[in-house]
Design a protein around this ligand. Structure first.
Ligand code: BYC
Length: 334
């Protein structure tokens, strides 16, 4: 059914013959790897696609704080608490750089926040799964940040300047996040039999949701063709998913953990692993709002927005007072 929906919305990029002269000149810049900057002319579709993708990415960073923030007060040692606190703060920072990058395209942060809070904008499906215990915090760092980096390293070369520059800093921080997660899982995998069991259980539950982070398979991806022609995306969803599996399997083997996939097998010919697809029915159901934590995540974000109203009102009142004082001083000087 989804495939039909995709076909009806059309998924192809425009051919040269279909382009206006402005669009063709724009495509020449993209093809020559010249970055597009905020004041440059751009097709409306390019602007909209970027606002959608950067906005979703920013929302993912913000909502992504919730499953991990949930464990700050319960981290097993002071050191782990300090590290987790720093990581969650980094995610907030990533959200802010990304909202700023999107604002250069003519949308305000308030508008994007409204879209998130009323359910019009998406955020990554992975954050609709719960973090049940400390092993999950390790698995989130290892797998979720690992998948995020796999997707985000190529985005450092994305065609839109502000997005590409934001990604450079984000990637540096994400690689620290991935390592801290792997370190947690390693400690548990090398710990008591119970800890080892927890680590395996976390991998079992988070493996397929992590594979879903790369988006639907290429045949069902609505935006990939046009986004790749514009170099907003550098790789297809399936290419990145394959790279992630190839990178993660040896890491699991090193830990002595088993990837929960009976079909996982090295394929000499393609130089990568064959692996089972995630349950795409579950993926689209999570996107529709029916994942285990969708309602909880949105309720938490809505409450945070409502609780922050007094801060926004205070800042606006202060700005208004300063503006009125400046105006009065100007009038007095005239
Ligand atoms: N979850 O045509 P497609 C992080 C949507 S990590 C939810 O392939 P596209 C973090 C898609 O939006 C995560 N929705 O789309 C890590 C589209 O729906 P709309 C953030 C998804 O855009 C650790 C529809 O499905 N990273 O932040 O070409 C701690 C069709 O898909 C998902 C990024 O956002 C999904 N997994 O490709 C804290 C990276 N997958 O918009 C935080 C930047 C697909 O038509 N984003 N959809 O209603 C991207 O690279 C691309 O947007 C995607 C999807 C690869 C995600």
């Amino acid at each position: 059914m989804y495939a039909q929906m995709v076909k009806s919305t059309g998924s192809g990029a425009k051919s040269r013959e279909e382009m206006t002269p402005d669009e063709a000149a724009f495509q020449d810049k993209i093809d020559a790897d010249i970055k597009i900057e905020p004041r440059d002319w751009m097709p409306e579709g390019y602007r909209k696609t970027l606002i959608r993708q950067i906005g979703q990415h920013a929302h993912s960073e913000i909502v992504g704080q919730l499953p991990e923030g949930n464990w700050i007060t319960r981290a097993p040692t002071l050191e782990r608490k300090a590290i987790l606190l720093a990581k969650v703060q980094d995610e907030a920072g990533h959200g802010l750089y990304l909202y700023s990058a999107a604002e250069t395209l003519g949308i305000t942060r308030d508008e994007m926040t409204e879209q998130l809070l009323d359910g019009r904008a998406k955020y990554s499906s992975i954050f609709n799964y719960p973090t049940l215990n400390w092993a999950d915090i390790g698995a989130v760092g290892w797998l979720v940040d690992g998948a995020a980096i796999m997707n985000q390293v190529p985005l450092q070369r994305t065609s839109y300047g502000p997005y590409s520059r934001a990604m450079i800093r984000i990637c540096k921080e994400e690689s620290f996040h991935q390592r801290q997660g792997y370190d947690i899982v390693m400690k548990m995998a090398q710990g008591s039999p119970e800890q080892r069991k927890m680590a395996q259980d976390a991998l079992n539950r988070l493996w397929y949701p992590s594979l879903m982070m790369f988006g639907p398979s290429d045949k069902d991806s609505v935006h990939s063709a046009q986004s790749m022609a514009w170099k907003i995306k550098i790789n297809t969803n399936d290419e990145l998913r394959q790279k992630f599996v190839d990178q993660t399997v040896p890491q699991a083997e090193f830990l002595g953990l088993t990837i929960p996939d009976e079909n996982l097998k090295w394929n000499e010919e393609k130089g990568g692993y064959d692996f089972s697809e995630p349950d795409w029915g579950e993926f689209f159901d999570v996107l529709k709002g029916n994942g285990p934590c969708n309602q909880d995540r949105m309720a938490t974000r809505n409450k945070a927005w409502d609780d922050g109203a007094w801060v926004r009102e205070g800042l606006m009142a202060h700005a208004e007072k300063k503006r009125a004082a400046k105006l009065a001083a100007q009038q007095a000087a005239e």
